[in-house]
Design a protein around this ligand. Sequence first.
Ligand SMILES: Cc1cc2nc3c(=O)[nH]c(=O)nc-3n(C[C@H](O)[C@H](O)[C@H](O)COP(=O)(O)OP(=O)(O)OC[C@H]3O[C@@H](n4cnc5c(N)ncnc54)[C@H](O)[C@@H]3O)c2cc1C
Length: 443
Amino acid sequence: MTGNTSSAFHSAIHSDVLVIGGGPAALSIAAALAAEDLQVTLLCPQGMPTTWANTYGIWAEEVDSLGLGHLLGHRWQNTISRFGPGDDDPTADANRVVVHRRDYGLFDRQLLQQHWLEICHRHRVSIRTDGAVTISHDPFSSTVTTAKGETVQARLVIDATGHKPLFVTQLSSGLVAAQAAYGVVARFERPPIDSEQFVFMDYRCHHLSAEQRREPPTFLYAMHLGEDRYFVEETSLALAPAVPFAVLQQRLAQRLERQGAAITAIEHEEFCLFPMNPPLPALNQRVVGFGGSAGMVHPASGFMVGSLLRRGPQLAQTIAKALAESQNGPGGISGSELAQRAWTALWPAEEQARRAFYRFGLQKLMGFDQARLRHHFEAFFQLPDHDWYGFLTNTLNLAELGAAMAKLFALAPWDVRAGLLLPARSAPTWSMASNTDAVPIDH
Ligand SMILES: Cc1cc2nc3c(=O)[nH]c(=O)nc-3n(C[C@H](O)[C@H](O)[C@H](O)COP(=O)(O)OP(=O)(O)OC[C@H]3O[C@@H](n4cnc5c(N)ncnc54)[C@H](O)[C@@H]3O)c2cc1C
């Protein structure tokens, strides 16, 4: 493969692949490509190592199955959800608990980053503290200029700059639904959840006024972080326009007050906002995306890191194979064909079909009111373990996914069935300004 060269006399850097970005997507794909013995340059404005602001949670089996369970900083066995309306309801099971019987984990962000960085260092990835600015293409390579005035030439460019990508063009399809959440790592008057517990979704609405219950539903995502520290986050699964942070903050305060668990000291605040159901980028463009830039967030759950870990090596193998073939043959593979092969490996037809399925489901859920959504999730978590886990992590094949949805339909009460069958209602909108106007899409 070509060598990395940089000198005062010859300022262009030559690589097989240039990866742009400094988040989990960029680092994971740079490591996967380097492990295929490709010459990789990584351009990240903040340098490496860096501090990632987001907390990354994952169902533990996803990392265990890859032999990476040691990258979790926290792991919970006591994992639950609640879908009853709450303790002001006359039914006896209003506070019933759904026990998931599956471990959930939170990545140790430093360990995760170190894991990918070690692979990068071992395979001599050239990591440059710099940002990409412009790009141009010739038939066999692409050239990127950087903020520091360098020029990087590569056979392929991978844009991993997140949900608002720099070079990957995303097709416009009107308003995109966003997951919005406001969370805090904090100390409380009383523990907001049980000790050593993880709460995936608490959709109880007993703390809301009658008017608030008619508004789009939100849920609590919470975890005990040890000693008297807890992370609690009020979350809107998806809505377009997004639920404003002020609403989420207000609802979290109401919920905690109702539980007698008012916050006494805040250690960290998280403002979470990212698109859930963007259209796929055009798969015939010259720059390839990975991560948020390539629409890899699971449109029904918001998870992505497990996907990066599984799909990165497959993509890297395809790219390495195409480049190796090209070296052997006369003329070589063109830049457009290389990009085309990479996009097809990332988004094969079945993967696209599953994504369309999840997007369709999300569209339905966004039209569900408080009660119907609670009924839906209650039925969803009655599915066999393998089915609900596979749905949330995108590890079912298309046939399994279809079968799981048929089971869900059979299990679900009539209001949910009607909601799934009838045309999706448009979700209520908010009078306040959309978050998208107020904050950057990623933090
Ligand atoms: C608050 C929050 C919490 C989340 N929690 C989870 C979770 O628990 N589990 C999960 O699976 N997913 C989660 N997600 C979803 C998803 O995993 C994240 O959005 C993830 O950070 C996306 O990774 P990325 O690398 O594609 O983009 P980003 O993390 O946004 O990284 C983009 C990178 O590109 C760099 N960049 C930008 N412009 C340039 C340029 N011109 N040149 C070079 N580099 C540039 C940026 O500096 C940044 O380093 C969460 C998202 C958010 C916002």
